[in-house]
Design a binder for this molecule. Structure first.
Ligand SMILES: Cc1cc2nc3c(=O)[nH]c(=O)nc-3n(C[C@H](O)[C@H](O)[C@H](O)COP(=O)(O)O)c2cc1C
Length: 169
């Protein structure tokens, strides 16, 4: 069983590409190690993050995220439990409001921006863009993600199936 949390928050200062690089740099390896996946959407003032994984790991990550001084007014918009993840291939995907594919989908659905849409639609929209992005990734990029998952071992015990498949070793 996985838990999926979707929250939004306000940045303390205008969000730059450098900020996103910094957040990604510390989150990517931590999320791989903790078996977390998800997507961080942002414009230049707000974040919207869909974070998923085992309950305890999600809860620990939420504590770290809430305590980060880069943002404030964090609000959980949805909490789901399920057997499947929405973003199994993405330990820490990022998506900017300026993404042309995203803008096209948002416009076609009649929204001004992601924050206008209801949270279930937002997850659907980001899933669609993520699927397209993943298909467009080169095999080298996909391989480097797989390699990172092998090198950074999860802190939590591997499941039986994963043991049998020798997954992530
Ligand atoms: C919007 C936002 C999203 C973040 N997402 C994650 C995340 O998914 N995983 C994570 O480990 N840290 C994430 N962080 C970074 C954490 O807040 C924290 O800086 C990082 O985990 C390092 O924590 P530590 O200094 O306690 O080791 C995020 C920060 C922000 C501002």
């Amino acid at each position: 069983m996985f838990v999926q949390i979707t929250y939004d928050s306000r940045a303390c200062a205008r969000i730059t590409d450098r900020d996103i690089e910094k957040i990604t740099a510390c989150s990517l390896s931590k999320n791989i190690a903790n078996d977390l996946t998800g997507f961080l959407y942002h414009d230049d003032q707000r974040f919207l993050h869909i974070l998923e994984g085992p309950t305890e790991q999600v809860s620990d990550a939420m504590e770290r995220i809430t305590g980060n001084p880069m943002h404030h007014s964090l609000k959980v918009r949805l909490m789901n439990r399920g057997r499947e993840r929405s973003f199994p291939d993405w330990p820490f995907g990022t998506l900017a409001a300026t993404d042309p594919e995203l803008r096209r989908i948002i416009r076609n659905m009649g929204f001004r921006d992601v924050f206008d849409a209801n949270v279930l639609d937002v997850i659907k929209i980001i899933k669609r863009v993520a699927g397209r992005k993943y298909r467009m990734m080169t095999s080298l990029e996909k391989q480097s993600l797989t390699d990172a998952r092998r090198i950074i071992r999860p802190k939590i015990p591997l499941g039986v199936t994963e043991d049998i498949l020798d997954f992530r070793r």
